[in-house]
Design a protein around this ligand. Structure first.
Ligand SMILES: *Cc1c(COP(=O)(O)O)cnc(C)c1O
Length: 384
């Protein structure tokens, strides 16, 4: 095979999807407990998204960001309204949305006369695979072999306000944080963490950047997770679930951060592509009209409650946690072997941080489908 080996061995070829199911080329059906890693929130082949993609493809595919395109303008207004932000920059991916946020932070510092702007991020965070975002990521494994890294980052324990204060210098310009850590193992911080962080950033005039690439787009029970903390960040990034599978990222900003990127400072050839934005408009509209945030909240609570009952006192289970439809079942030992075993049973799920089974089901999953997913996970753990 001519593909680079960076994803390791892949044995299953998926060819078709419908709702919460996908099929491989042999016709085997899988219940999707992962949504393409929090991407297909509306499930596969959602008619509103398919229609939007086809309609836009028949009108206009690409013209460059030298010109306005309607779906991009419409989407920016929608996201700004939902998030209470003022301006939006569109990228193709999460890492690029974070790159934009980090460039905003650096320029914010430089404009204030701070010569070596410094950004604080959390240990076990994940912010992407580009040079700046892998440096921002709080996981040494991801950085190994890629030195020299980008300057100007420090990492502090997650959910620890004092640690941020201790790591700050007179060069600090921003704190970048996931409202719930995804790749790091589904870590939900204390309810007061983001509020305290907001207060600390206000006190020092640092930008608070929430990386909502995974937590955004209804995943945690509100459109953005910061909305549950009762705070407003200065910058919010999102991507994964934004366009239900079309590649699109967004960096949203308000206040001083909203006007930092001026002509010539940043750009992207494909970012905010008309088809991707049309798909996102249909996705956002469907999340709102079908009240999928409320459903994600209720179904997420059902997952946690049912796992709690079925796995109570199970010697293999260390912790069960989550927010909305970001669910982690941490085992006492590494459990990557569960992934192929689940696939044999026709279930797609993921293991992250070595020993945490992670579920990111489509927001449209119903209770019966959730029961099948829960039973499969409970049986896979019982077999250990
Ligand atoms: C997936 C993810 C990213 C990176 O997004 P890409 O689209 O893969 O570049 C960044 N931050 C978080 C929190 C993510 O979950």
């Amino acid at each position: 095979m001519a593909l680079m080996n960076n994803y390791g061995e892949r044995s299953v070829t998926l060819v078709k999807g419908e709702g919460v199911y996908v099929w491989d080329k042999n016709g085997k059906r899988f219940l999707d407990g992962l949504s393409g890693i929090a991407v297909c929130g509306l499930g596969h082949r959602h008619p509103a998204v398919t229609q939007a993609i086809c309609d836009q493809a028949e009108r206009l595919v690409h013209v460059s960001n030298l010109y306005l395109v309607e779906p991009q303008v419409e989407l920016a207004e929608k996201l700004a309204r939902i998030a209470n932000m003022e301006t939006v920059f569109f990228s193709n991916s999460g890492a690029e949305a974070n790159e934009a946020a980090l460039k905003i932070a650096r320029k914010y510092g430089n404009d204030k006369g701070i010569k070596t702007p410094h950004v604080i991020t959390a240990e076990s965070s994940f912010h992407g695979r580009t040079m700046a975002t892998l440096t921002a990521t709080g996981n040494d494994k991801i950085k190994a072999g890629f030195t020299p890294l980008v300057e100007g980052f420090s990492h502090v324990p997650y959910d620890d306000i004092d640690a941020i204060e201790a790591a700050a210098t007179d060069q600090t310009v921003a704190v970048m944080i996931e409202p719930v850590q995804g790749e790091g193992g589904v870590h939900v911080p204390n309810a007061s963490y983001l509020k305290a962080l907001r207060a600390l950033c206000d006190k020092h005039e640092w930008l608070l950047i929430t990386d909502e690439i995974q937590t955004g787009n209804g995943r945690t029970g509100t459109y953005f997770a910061f909305q549950q903390a009762g705070i407003l960040p200065d910058v919010v990034t999102t991507a994964k679930g934004l366009a239900n599978g079309m590649p699109l990222g967004a960096c949203l900003a308000r206040g001083a951060a909203a006007t930092i990127l001026q002509p010539g400072t940043h750009g992207s050839t494909f970012g905010g592509n008309p088809i991707a934005c049309a798909a996102a408009n249909a996705t956002v509209d469907t999340i709102e009209s079908d009240k999928l945030c409320d459903h994600a909240k209720a179904l997420g609570e059902y997952f946690l409650k049912t796992f709690g009952e079925k796995l109570a006192n199970n010697p293999h289970v260390k912790d069960i946690r989550g927010l909305g439809l970001m669910i982690g079942v941490e085992l006492t030992a590494p459990c990557a072997d569960i992934v192929p075993k689940a696939m044999e049973r026709g279930i797609l799920l993921n293991v992250t941080a070595g020993n945490t089974i992670r579920l990111l089901p489509p927001l449209v999953m119903n209770y019966e489908q959730a029961d099948s997913l829960i039973s499969a996970v409970v049986e896979l753990i019982a077999e250990r």
